[in-house]
Design a protein around this ligand. Structure first.
Ligand code: IPM
Ligand code: MN
Length: 360
């Protein structure tokens, strides 16, 4: 197969800017490797609320279901963050999309670039060689349990629920990834307090017998938050429930120097969505300063998913080349920072140039 239908949801804030760079990259990949990508755009998030009243219009959902993969930018708008009474919120669009597409596994890789070691807030000795793959459960838990706020606004709750079926598929995925890597899997939970965490432990232990070559260990989430800073190298693959995964993946992201570098893949039975882990960064909207690399590396994860591994590899190499040559945005504290679109164009040109000169 060399023709692919891609749903593109730019979303809010810097979303459209970073997605624009991913499209530029895919056009370069298409040219260099002779693939065809057909892009269909959809509205989601605050932008969708402003235009249609719905954070996930039916039309958008349909486009996503009919595509080979979904590329997504970012979601969120201060107009809603600052208004606790808003009934319709941009984030509901993303949550509904994850649920409707059954995207149960959110994969967030963390890798160090040697040329960026000095940019990390942590010491070089601590972070050098860190390579972690986080598997976050994405369609259950407290995000999707029953919610309630009393009329007077003085009482509220959110229920956290898990069933064995919600846990099994992502745990298998995480074990299989660990087998390909350093063969260590850590379940992060709060099993000293939460029943759902005790269920996670039980299911993980059962599944572990199918992967005897992988070492399974357990860590409480509070300790894990500390261990990620003290000794991140001890982790190989992490698997965890929805909200713990949300929190520790943001924490882990700064180890590499900037959250603007980290991609993610959300995978289901028959659909997949790719998005940077950063948010909509409204303060930077329209300024051309957003780092497009997280979105571009999410695109590389999409190429892997579409089984275009060679193109994915080329793209990762090109990103590395840009980083090593200091072709980066202002978040990486470069002496001479480049704009969002300069970084994207540099990577796109490098893909086209290097493919032509070596292979044609
Ligand atoms: C993320 C984001 C989302 C989440 C928000 C925007 C709903 O923080 O993808 O990590 O909490 O899952
Ligand atoms: Mn998050």
């Amino acid at each position: 197969k060399n023709q692919f239908k891609i749903a593109v949801l730019p979303g809010d804030g810097i979303g459209p800017e970073v997605i624009g760079e991913s499209i530029k990259i895919l056009n370069a990949i298409a040219e260099a490797f002779h693939y065809t990508f057909e892009f269909t755009y959809g509205l989601m998030g605050a932008e969708a609320i402003y235009q249609t009243g719905n954070p996930l219009p039916d039309e958008t959902l349909k486009i996503c279901k009919e595509s080979d993969a979904v590329l997504f930018g970012a979601i969120g708008d201060p107009a809603f963050d600052n208004n606790p009474d808003a009934k319709v919120r941009p984030e509901q669009g993303l949550l509904k999309l994850r649920k409707e597409l059954g995207l149960f596994a959110n994969i967030r890789p963390l890798k160090m670039y040697s040329s960026l070691i000095e940019k990390s807030p942590l010491k070089k000795e601590i972070i050098e060689g860190t390579d972690i793959q986080i598997f976050r459960e994405l369609v259950s838990g407290i995000y999707f349990g029953e919610k309630f706020t009393e009329e007077n606004g003085e009482y509220a709750y959110d229920v956290c629920k898990y069933s064995r079926e919600d846990i099994i598929p992502i745990v298998h995925m995480a074990f299989q990834e660990a087998q390909k890597r350093r063969k260590k899997l850590t379940l992060i939970d709060k099993a000293n307090v939460l029943d759902t965490s005790r269920l996670w432990r039980k299911v993980c232990k059962e599944i572990a017998s199918e992967y005897p070559d992988v070492e399974l260990d357990f860590m409480f989430v509070d300790n894990a938050a500390m261990q990620l800073i003290l000794n991140p190298k001890q982790f190989d693959v992490i698997v965890t429930e929805n909200m713990f995964g949300d929190i520790i993946s943001d924490e882990a992201s700064v180890i590499g120097g900037s959250i603007g570098l980290l991609p993610s893949a959300s995978i289901g039975e028959s659909n997949a969505l790719f998005e940077p882990i950063h948010g909509s960064y409204p303060q930077a909207k329209g300024k051309g300063i957003a780092n497009p690399i997280a979105s571009i590396l999410s695109t590389a994860m999409m190429l892997d998913y579409l089984k275009l591994e060679q193109a994915a590899e080329k793209l990762r190499k090109s990103v590395e080349y840009a980083i090593e040559n200091k072709y980066v945005t202002v978040d990486l504290k470069a002496e001479q920072p480049y704009s969002t679109s300069e970084v994207g164009s540099f990577i796109a040109d490098y893909i086209k140039f290097s493919e032509k000169s070596y292979y044609n």
